[in-house]
Design a protein around this ligand. Structure first.
Ligand SMILES: Cc1cc2nc3c(=O)[nH]c(=O)nc-3n(C[C@H](O)[C@H](O)[C@H](O)COP(=O)(O)OP(=O)(O)OC[C@H]3O[C@@H](n4cnc5c(N)ncnc54)[C@H](O)[C@@H]3O)c2cc1C
Length: 295
């Protein structure tokens, strides 16, 4: 049995290949438009996406690789571009992509639906099963493999996207999926300058800073890669600290696999207190400096 992994980032390549190894005898990593991570699969296939073409359009090549390798399972990193490839691959195989898997057990994949209100388990019925899988589902340290890299020629689709311009995004040093400790700020931060209090705490405890969606998409105080939840990043850190976060389900599904959860909120009835292991009721402006001083 063979597994295909499609991933853009090294962390996801390692984690998904480690997971694929538990499902198949042979693992093939496909790296569309990026240098492949080596040592994690039996073979890596690099697709050199030419300038002016979009990685999303690597689907014809990915589908051809899948035809040649005949995998029974494909694990895909849930980046925007890889999701396109997952959907195209599933359509090519005459199936549907199962998205945002949070657990594999007993041949069943668990996913969330209705924004995390419910969970469903599904089992592939034959042919190729295509899954998008986020961070924390597999242990990347278990990845093993060779340094074999093959090149696959980019095959432009008939109606290809044409890249007409590129704009560098401001560099972001946020790497939440890799962080053991995540400190997340919410709308309880009334002013951008107060986020320094959160950063001070994160620095004290060796954490990365994340946020709820309003801080990244509402006021733009944090990078988009930093927002956690059903439409942001899904994490499974060892420690999560939510500060001024109310505990809405769309945010919490992104961290409810954390090992230990802490919350700081001035409202003792905030829903997050029903979900955390330890909570402090108080104003973040007084609690955070006190915590930092005590640590
Ligand atoms: C389709 C859809 C998808 C969504 N996806 C996501 C997602 O992926 N991620 C996400 O985060 N959200 C998502 N949301 C938004 C989500 O529903 C919530 O609106 C959002 O998570 C709330 O963010 P918050 O907890 O920061 O803000 P609020 O709910 O406004 O909570 C702020 C909290 O701060 C506390 N507070 C205020 N002042 C202080 C203070 N001085 N000290 C301490 N505490 C204080 C308040 O008591 C309150 O509990 C989505 C919504 C929809 C409809």
């Amino acid at each position: 049995m063979k597994a295909l992994v499609i991933a853009e980032t090294p962390l996801a390549a390692r984690a998904l290949c480690a997971g694929a190894r538990t499902m198949a005898d042979e693992v093939v990593l496909v790296a569309p438009g990026v240098e492949p991570t080596v040592g994690v699969a039996d073979k890596a296939v690099h697709i050199d996406v030419p300038a002016g073409s979009a990685i999303d359009d690597a689907y014809a090549t990915v589908n051809a690789i899948a035809d040649a390798e005949a995998p029974s399972v494909a694990l895909v990193e849930p980046t925007r571009r890889c999701k396109v490839l997952a959907g195209r691959l599933a359509a090519h195989a005459g199936t549907a992509a199962v998205t945002d898997v949070i657990e594999f057990a007993d041949g069943l994949a668990t996913t969330m639906y209705f924004g995390g209100v419910g969970q469903r388990k599904s089992r592939p019925t034959g042919g190729l099963a295509v899954y998008t899988v986020g961070a924390g589902v597999f242990d990347e340290s278990a990845a093993t493999g060779t340094d074999v890299v093959e090149e696959a020629a980019f095959e432009a689709p008939e109606r290809a996207l044409r890249v007409t311009g590129e704009k560098d995004l401001p560099a972001s040093d946020v790497d939440l999926p890799a962080a053991d400790v995540v400190v997340a700020g919410g709308r309880g931060f009334a002013e951008e300058a107060d986020l320094g209090l959160m950063r001070d705490l994160a620095a004290k405890i060796g954490g990365e800073c994340g946020c709820s969606r309003p801080l990244a998409e509402g006021v733009d105080w944090m990078p988009k890669e930093a927002y956690i939840g059903v439409s942001g990043v899904m994490l499974a850190p060892k420690v999560y600290v939510g500060i001024g976060v109310s505990g809405q389900m769309q945010h919490m599904v992104g961290v409810n696999r954390a090992g230990t959860m802490f919350a700081v909120n001035k409202d003792k009835n905030a829903p997050i207190f029903k979900q955390c292991d330890y909570g402090i009721v108080g104003d973040l402006k007084t609690v955070l400096p006190a915590l930092c001083a005590a640590l």
